[in-house]
Write a protein of this length. Structure first.
Length: 442
């Protein structure tokens, strides 16, 4: 192999690589020898075809495989010999290649910058922490109780009011053609007045009505209604009020705790406290992680590989397009000058921090093992209740998707490693301060 360096400037490295015809022939023969072990050909026993015969018959057929093998092996050797750390996969352009001739190709690679990581032990960080208070536990228990509230028939014959639960039968039709559509009728439906469960105007017309009454309700479906045939249409509903029920207060006691699978109300409060505290602790970690990343970003200055920046810019653009529900073609997105500058700052920060964390992780032999990757898959599956099997199958059959989980797990491991070295001081704050929104850092 011969290497002719064309350019070595900044992060850019370009060279021509020549692999002699003799080396190509050697690799071709090696590949053919491997195939000869199982090759069948008239006049020869299986696996006994002579190499020269196989070369005449199949020599050109294996050139594609030999080309890929030669390029991969020699590219790796150039990177190692020149001590190059590619930021992205090297670009290869084959200039000459044919049977019996030298292979000549151009390799263009953008390298990672050489950086000196700060002394991580000098980092001083503040971690805001909050403790789950009794009021927060009480509020959480009240929400659980409200969600599981029961009801009982009203004792008197009064009219319905907001908060009441009406048991109704209803049949609806569009006014213009007197036609009933799917979803416009139900029997024994429980409707809480004031809940906004039905389209605007429906529940209001039931206020003051009594059990046993028949009510004709006239409403207009919203223009943005999900069923296109009903959007903006006037409709009439014939409603029979079977029963009026009122909410029955739920006592947060041992019986209530047992209905939730707890031994008693004390155990229930403890479980709620632990859940709230876990949420607070997660916010605390995110806050100190943000402070850590800010400190790392401020302490390091180095050139960013243009290819990595372009890929990150594309990713950020697609993220913005999804949030705005816009189509992005070839990475194009209509943004103001200020938005473009902010976008570039965000992408630049992400790439810079990615390089820093990778450098720290590599230098300290931090890696993601299979068990940790599998745990990440389980966490993803938990986000889709009832579809866990599909999520597992998706990652099992999609290696690229599985590997996409490795980066965030690696980042968290490196962050934890740094936090162990840094001087982290905890500061007690109120939950309001802890959860206060901060301006998104680029």
């Amino acid at each position: 192999m011969q290497v002719n360096v064309i350019k070595q400037e900044g992060l850019d490295f370009i060279c021509d690589v020549t692999v002699t015809a003799a080396e190509i022939q050697k690799q071709t023969d090696a590949k053919l020898t491997e195939y000869c072990k199982t090759m069948s050909m008239p006049g020869f026993r299986k696996g006994k075809v002579p190499l020269n015969i196989a070369r005449q018959r199949y020599g050109k057929a294996v050139l594609g495989e030999v080309l890929e093998l030669a390029v991969n092996e020699n590219t790796e050797k150039v990177l190692k010999d020149k001590n190059l750390r590619p930021a992205l996969q090297p670009k290869i352009e084959v200039k000459e290649f044919d049977d019996g001739k030298d292979l000549i190709y151009t390799m263009t690679v953008e390298t990672l910058p050489a950086i000196t990581v700060m002394d991580l032990k000098t980092l001083k960080l503040e971690k805001p922490v909050a403790k789950a208070e009794e009021t927060a536990i009480d509020e959480s228990l009240a929400r659980i109780a409200a969600y599981r509230k029961d009801s009982q028939p009203i004792a008197d014959k009064r009219g319905a009011k907001n908060g009441d639960i009406l048991v109704i039968d209803f049949h609806g039709r569009t006014a213009k053609d007197n036609k009933e559509h799917p979803g416009m009728h139900s029997h024994g439906h429980h409707l809480e007045l004031g809940s906004g469960q039905f389209i605007p105007g429906f529940e209001e017309q039931l206020l003051g009505k009594k059990a046993g009454e028949k009510v004709e309700i006239k409403v207009t479906f919203p223009e943005e209604y999900h069923a296109a045939e009903l959007a903006g249409q006037e409709a009439i509903f014939d409603v029979d009020i079977e029963e009026i029920r009122e909410s029955k207060p739920v006592e947060i006691d041992n019986d209530f705790a047992k209905s939730l699978g707890m031994d008693d109300v004390k155990a229930l409060r403890k479980a709620v406290e632990e859940q709230i505290q876990a949420e607070y602790d997660n916010v605390s970690r995110m806050k100190v992680k943000r402070a850590l990343l800010d400190a790392l970003d401020d302490a390091h200055e180095f050139p960013i590989p243009a290819g990595m920046l372009d890929l990150e810019l594309k990713s950020v653009r697609q993220q913005i397009a999804m949030e705005r529900q816009e189509d992005v073609e070839d990475g194009e997105l209509k943004l103001s000058k200020e938005e473009e500058e902010e976008l570039e700052a965000i992408a630049g920060r992400r790439v810079r921090l990615g390089i820093i964390l990778s450098e720290i992780g590599t230098a300290n032999n931090i890696a993601v093992n299979d068990q940790e990757l599998q745990r990440a898959v389980f966490e993803e599956a938990r986000k889709f209740p009832g579809q866990e099997a599909q999520v597992f199958e998706y990652f099992r059959s999609n290696r690229e998707a599985l590997e996409s989980l490795r980066a965030p797990v690696f980042e968290d491991k490196v962050v934890d490693f740094i936090l162990e070295l840094a001087d982290v001081a905890e500061k007690s704050v109120s939950i309001g301060v802890l959860t206060a929104e901060e301006e998104e850092a680029p």
